[in-house]
Design a protein around this ligand. Structure first.
Ligand SMILES: Nc1ncnc2c1ncn2[C@@H]1O[C@H](COP(=O)(O)OP(=O)(O)O)[C@@H](O)[C@H]1O
Ligand SMILES: [Mg+2]
Length: 264
């Protein structure tokens, strides 16, 4: 479903701020893989997701989504393949618009502009049903402005919008990090369910090792722009946080314990 081949990306090349953020990343995902990604601050996790989304061109390497070479496609042309949810709840939804308008925008994504905008009664019923599954009481608030919602409600809505068109790939970048623990757990559970029910292929960055172990069928760890660990199947199911700390120090040659970002 996704293939990254020898991806390199350096920011601010030939300047004092030069930073090689991706240093030969190789990753192949099967359809239905749900991969959690951990690694210290600046390891290249977000940069890898941005390389998939085409936020900027990579320096070298190849990005394939479902057999299509998208390496040279700009971000807006890859968007049809992708659903994305970021850390900031303000990011994924339009504050000044109603819940149903936000959903309608997500639903019309990739359709020609000539299409009529009006939300049909049938569509509205469908949105209500979908919102009900979030279990946040939003199904009675279709006309409420999104700006009135809590961070957790907005992330849940963003998740719904990101999966509405069943994307080839769902990219989650610390999408629960800004939420309180209880809300974060709820949004995580919701993410699990949406990935499962829609049979999605997903990449989820988290700084929480317990979450990384508990969710998905595969776990990768990044350090210095590289994937240094890739654990799946039964081995992943048996993983403990202690194992991860141990494996990190062996694979990277440095102490994981010093990296506070990973001990969330
Ligand atoms: N747009 C950018 N411009 C310059 N440097 C960047 C940019 N994006 C990321 N970087 C740098 O690349 C490195 C990897 O960043 P990132 O992928 O965001 O790490 P993380 O694993 O914490 O998500 C960091 O040193 C970061 O400062
Ligand atoms: Mg990041």
């Amino acid at each position: 479903m996704l293939e990254l081949k020898e991806i390199y990306k350096t920011f601010n090349p030939n300047s004092p701020n030069e930073k090689r953020a991706l240093n030969g990343v190789n990753l192949t995902l099967e359809a239905g893989d749900f991969v959690t990604i951990i690694g210290g601050n600046g390891a290249g996790k977000s940069t890898m997701l941005n390389a998939v989304a085409g936020v900027w061109p990579v320096d070298s390497g190849q990005v394939m989504i479902d057999g299509v070479d998208v390496t040279k496609l700009p971000e807006h042309k890859r968007a049809i393949y992708l659903g994305r949810v970021f850390q900031d709840p303000m990011n994924g939804t339009a504050t000044d618009m109603e819940i149903e308008e936000n959903l309608a925008i997500a639903y019309r994504r990739g359709q020609s502009r000539g299409l009529r905008w009006g939300i049909t009664a049938k569509e509205r019923e469908w949105y209500k049903e979908l919102l009900k599954t979030l279990d946040l009481g939003l199904e009675t608030r279709l006309r409420a402005k999104v700006g009135l919602l809590s961070g957790g409600q907005r992330q849940a809505l963003t998740l719904l919008m990101a999966t509405l068109k069943k994307p080839k790939l769902l990219l989650l970048d610390e999408h629960t990090a800004a939420l309180d623990p209880k809300t974060a757990a709820k949004v995580l559970e919701l993410s699990d369910r949406m990935i499962e029910e829609n049979g999605l292929t997903a990449l989820m960055v988290t700084h929480n090792m317990k979450d990384a172990i508990a969710h998905g069928n595969r776990l990768i760890m990044m350090s210095n722009g590289r994937i240094i660990l890739d654990i799946k199947g039964e081995e992943k199911q048996k993983l403990t946080v202690e194992d991860l700390l141990q494996k990190f120090s062996v694979a990277s040659g440095s102490e994981f314990v010093n990296d506070r970002a990973l001990l969330g």
